[in-house]
Design a protein around this ligand. Structure first.
Ligand code: UDP
Ligand code: MG
Length: 313
């Protein structure tokens, strides 16, 4: 019987210092696996010697494959490209800095053999990241989980494995330009499991994610997983209308206080604003619908069928 093939996707951005160590550590582990492997590096427009190193590795071992971008497109783009090009029976995404311990690969393969489709590695502690990053990350997950109907697990990392069919869903159905791959991986369904791991220090080089980049990234994620900001207009309309009614009732009941005409102006103001906000809110609702349509996420994802040919359409 042919051995199955594991595609290990590694995004690389200026990792010349970490790469030799990475290959030296990962290859022996891959060789002990019951599966064959392809080690697929995605060079995300590195400005250092990463690409020439990768080319050298590819000459030495045909199992090492390299895709190189024309410029830096970001970590997510690199992972998506890796998933697109991965030809194996399952895909594992990991970082080049050994923060995702390759010692877990055998356990991942066991889970894949046991029939799991999505295996998400969850960090138990990230001491290397520092307090600020850990607190902001916790806050981010708290907010997004309250604002959005998808569930995002705190601590879930960009270290995950996908079976062929679940990878196919990502290739075909989640092609948004503004995206959060980790979120999709957690929300495509299928048989899913998690493995806990302890994040390590990076072996060499430095983190490419600044706090500023992470903030932009979090904003994007909230905007792309939640329509709530678009509905603020409706809330504001409700608030302004209630305020108007309250002032009206108060003036009618007490008939005192401010100079004459004051209440009329305030009440009129409140109602005008209520109408304005309502219209903004309605536009927001339409935008939310258009936004969903544009994202074109799948209405459903079929896991398997019996005696069914496939959709008629
Ligand atoms: N990376 C990338 N493109 C980028 C930034 C990072 O491909 O624009 C890669 C990087 O080489 C590493 C992984 O993504 O393999 C994670 O990046 P990093 O370790 O800097 O992030 P951190 O672990 O600090 O969150
Ligand atoms: Mg890292």
């Amino acid at each position: 019987m042919m051995k199955k093939v594991l595609s290990v996707v590694v995004s690389v951005y200026n990792e010349e210092q970490a790469l030799p160590m990475f290959v030296r550590t990962v290859k022996p582990i891959l060789e002990t696996l019951p599966w064959d492997y392809e080690l697929l590096f995605v060079n995300d427009g590195s400005a250092d010697e990463s690409l020439s190193l990768l080319k050298k590795f590819a000459v030495e071992d045909p199992g090492v494959k390299v895709i190189s971008f024309s410029r830096n497109f970001g970590h997510e783009a690199a992972m998506i490209a890796g998933i697109d090009y991965a030809s194996g029976d399952a895909v594992v995404c990991m970082d080049a800095d050994l923060q995702h311990p390759p010692e877990y690969l055998p356990e991942i393969v066991e889970k894949l053999d046991a029939g799991f489709d999505v295996i998400h590695m969850v960090r138990t502690g990230n001491h290397s990241a520092g307090v600020l990053k850990n607190v902001t990350s916790a806050g981010f997950y708290w907010v997004i989980n309250r604002m959005s109907d998808v569930k995002l697990e705190p601590g879930a990392s960009d270290f995950f494995a996908l079976s062929r069919r679940s990878a196919q869903v990502l290739r075909e159905n989640y092609r948004e330009k503004v995206r959060f791959l980790r979120g999709y991986v957690q929300n495509i369904g299928f048989r899913r499991t998690t493995i806990e791991y302890e994040a390590r220090e990076r072996v060499a080089g430095e983190s490419k994610y600044s706090i500023r980049k992470l903030f932009a990234f979090s904003m994007n994620t909230i905007l792309c997983f939640s329509n709530l900001p678009l509905k603020l207009g409706m809330f504001a309309a409700g608030f302004a209308a209630c305020l108007g009614v309250m002032v009206m009732v108060y003036t009618l009941l007490t008939r005192q206080g401010a100079p004459s005409g004051y209440a009329t102006i305030v009440i009129l103001n409140c109602f005008m604003f209520a109408i304005l906000f309502l219209i903004v809110g309605i536009i927001g609702e339409y935008m939310a619908i258009m936004f969903s349509e544009m994202k074109d996420r799948p209405v459903y994802i079929v896991q398997e069928t019996e005696n069914v040919e496939g959709p008629v359409r």
